[in-house]
Write a protein that binds this ligand. Structure first.
Ligand code: PLP
Length: 285
């Protein structure tokens, strides 16, 4: 059965879900996206994703074509129409299609809003047990990484380099420090049992999962420090892990081919994963 997608007010088969070649998302990457996880047919931490969506569109002066309440209704409708149990809802809003191809914003053009779903068993993903390998690459992105823009070429190249090296993620490095993963936030657990992750700012995307995990870790009496860390520090750490909406909490077992600790997922990453899954189930909408 063809999946159902949403395009500008209509639910249509995915194979018929189309936008114009003049769409500014296509021509200029003039758009914002969000990805929310789905567990047991319910959205995970969606208020946080919609708040970040509002912030991102605000930063590029793009007016959402629907209220966030309506967007959530559409997300839920799409989950229902696709009988989605576990996976994610992708949504993208762009500045719309305009004939002129002017770089400056066109007047009177309605933004494009598209959504689709995909299935993934996030809780029982094989990598949750094995951990993942990570490589490092220079962070060549623009300076407003706090905006969840669809301009993802740097991350495409980073993650392709990772794939070619047999790794699942690339940690991006700037001024000798890890900024974040290609599509995830980066964490370590120091030898003193401090959870370290870079502080929010224009250098990284404010991860929704990062935010929830930091809060949950503190509630569970873990010490958390928000500051940059280097690859050497990560390799000397007890554990390393990543977070994102589509992996939750995922242990990192090697960096650039060098083992983190004994090269196995550590107990704290596993514990934080359980804590996050419990939180996800308890707060799903
Ligand atoms: N950092 C980057 C660059 C990302 O692309 C993502 C997710 O796609 C994240 C971090 C994790 O964010 P979230 O936890 O909101 O999925």
């Amino acid at each position: 059965m063809d999946q159902i997608a949403y395009v500008n007010g209509s639910f249509v088969p995915l194979s018929e879900a189309k936008v114009s070649v003049l769409d500014r998302g296509f021509l200029f990457a003039d758009g914002i996206y969000e990805v929310a996880a789905v567990l047991d047919g319910k959205l995970i931490d969606n208020a946080s994703h919609l708040a970040r969506l509002e912030r991102s569109v605000g930063e590029i002066a793009l007016a959402l074509p629907e209220t966030t309440a309506r967007i959530e209704e559409i997300q839920k409708e799409l989950v229902k129409r696709n009988d989605l149990v576990n996976g994610m809802v992708y949504l993208e809003v762009t500045r719309g299609a305009d004939k002129s191809r002017d770089f400056a914003f066109p007047r009177g053009v309605k933004p494009t809003l598209v959504m689709f779903t995909s299935a993934k068993d996030i809780v029982d993903a094989p990598s949750a047990k094995t951990g993942i390998h990570v490589i490092t690459v220079p962070d060549i992105r623009w300076v407003r990484r706090d905006i969840k823009s669809v301009a993802l070429l740097a991350q495409v190249l980073a993650k392709q380099a990772a794939a070619e090296a047999g790794a699942a993620e690339a940690w991006m490095i700037e001024d000798g420090k890890v900024t974040e993963g290609g599509s995830s936030s980066a964490f370590i657990l120091t030898q003193d049992n401090v959870i370290v992750t870079r502080q929010n700012g224009s250098e990284i995307l404010p991860g929704c999962t990062r935010k929830a995990v930091v809060k949950l870790a503190e509630e569970h009496q873990f010490r958390v420090e928000e500051r940059p860390f280097s690859v050497d520090e990560a390799l000397a750490a007890k554990e390393a892990f990543i977070t994102s909406a589509t992996v939750f909490v995922q242990a990192v077992v090697s960096i650039d081919g060098k083992k983190v600790a004994d090269g196995k997922p550590g107990p704290i990453a596993s514990r934080l994963r359980e804590i996050y899954v419990d939180f996800a189930r308890a707060t799903a909408t």
